[in-house]
Design a protein around this ligand. Structure first.
Ligand SMILES: Nc1ncnc2c1ncn2[C@@H]1O[C@H](COP(=O)(O)OP(=O)(O)OP(=O)(O)O)[C@@H](O)[C@H]1O
Ligand SMILES: [Mg+2]
Length: 337
């Protein structure tokens, strides 16, 4: 189900002071995609997602979900519509004293789900999130990952078209995060649910987002296919996020001269790195030593970085650079290190 935000903004009044949490923003999210929003704390990410289900009223602009302007709906209509927009949170929001079963039942009761079919529905949801054998366990006894699975089951209870995830994995360890992201990916594929994830973690974005928006100070600075945004970051913040996963820095003590330089290149495809390096060794009269290298997969597409030090005649170094610049699928990156 598609989502369209047109010129939405949100300003809070805080002790007579205005806080512009979201500047005027227009954004379209396509039906069936996984859209990521990344940004540091206070960027306005939660504000933006809370506008999608109108948990917050926008100060300006309109929010259209599946062709319907939510700002025009009555309270009752909005409540109905919200059932089709599930949401999960960092703190899971479970009723800790109740069992897994009761936690999901609670949501179904609230939506007046047919009583006869409730048990079957709960069982189905628990199977879906991999907790088929945990129905009778008290929520407080679950691990973080299991709690989030219950959170997901609850969010899916009313068969939503959209799932909003606000820092859904931020309280989890890396392995558990991976397993939850896998589940979200499967839900997106198998059920065709449009998913919006907001996070401050690159790990999350690179694992599941088809497209990404980078947010800072109430604005989406850049937006595009995740691979394009992170292979060609434009804003400093986006570069910082890339740097976070590649962890490149030119060694402190290194002093570049004309005859001794550090070059960082990125590989935009499944290019065999070793072969490429061999070629450089063979064709250039330079000393080349590798300082750092890493391949990451951005939604299954490889993006590799390689940093090396070259020593030799300046002309030869320049020849190497222009060779790199003319090679398809390989680019020098200036901002890293
Ligand atoms: N109800 C509110 N009243 C006043 N200010 C608010 C309110 N909600 C959010 N803000 C402010 O709006 C800005 C954006 O907040 P928001 O929660 O959207 O950021 P975020 O990107 O989700 O941050 P985090 O990563 O910490 O969750 C912040 O400066 C915040 O203090
Ligand atoms: Mg937030």
């Amino acid at each position: 189900m598609s989502i369209k935000l047109e010129s939405v903004s949100k300003t809070y009044q805080l002790k007579g002071r205005k806080v512009e949490a979201l500047k005027e923003t227009s954004l379209e999210i396509k039906s069936g995609e996984i859209f990521g929003l990344i940004g540091y704390s206070g960027a306005g990410k939660s504000t933006l997602v809370r506008l999608i289900n109108l948990l917050e009223q926008p100060t300006t602009g309109s929010v259209t979900v599946a062709g319907e302007d939510l700002t025009k709906l009555t309270k009752h209509e909005l409540r109905q519509k919200r059932q089709k927009i599930g949401m999960i949170f960092q703190q899971f929001n479970l009723i800790e004293s109740k069992t897994v079963y009761e936690n999901i039942e609670f949501v179904l009761k609230a939506s007046k789900f047919d009583k006869k079919n409730r048990t079957a529905r709960i069982k189905e949801l628990l199977e879906l999130v991999g907790l088929g054998d945990k129905a009778e366990i008290k929520s407080s006894n679950l691990s973080g990952g299991q709690k989030q699975r219950v959170g997901i089951a609850r969010a899916l209870a009313n068969d939503p078209d959209i799932l909003l995830c606000d820092e859904a994995t931020s309280a989890l360890d890396p392995d558990t995060t991976k397993s939850i992201l896998k589940l979200l990916n499967r839900i997106n594929k198998d059920l065709g649910i449009t998913i919006i994830v907001i996070t401050h973690e690159m790990e999350v974005i690179k694992e599941i987002a088809d497209r990404v928006g980078v947010m800072s100070k109430g604005e989406i600075l850049e937006i595009g296919h995740t691979y394009d945004v992170f292979s060609h970051p434009k804003h400093e913040i986006t570069k910082d996020f890339v740097q976070e996963i590649y962890n490149f820095e030119v060694p402190n003590q290194f002093k570049a001269t004309r005859e001794n330089q550090v070059i960082t290149i990125q590989f935009l495809s499944e290019n065999a790195e070793e072969n490429y390096l061999n070629k450089l060794y063979r064709n250039f009269d330079l000393n080349i030593s590798i300082l750092n290298g890493r391949i990451e997969y951005i939604k299954d597409q490889p993006l590799g970085f390689l940093m090396f030090q070259v020593t030799g005649k300046e002309e030869e170094i320049n020849r190497l650079k222009s060779h790199i610049d003319q090679t398809n699928g390989i680019e020098r990156v200036g901002y890293i290190g």
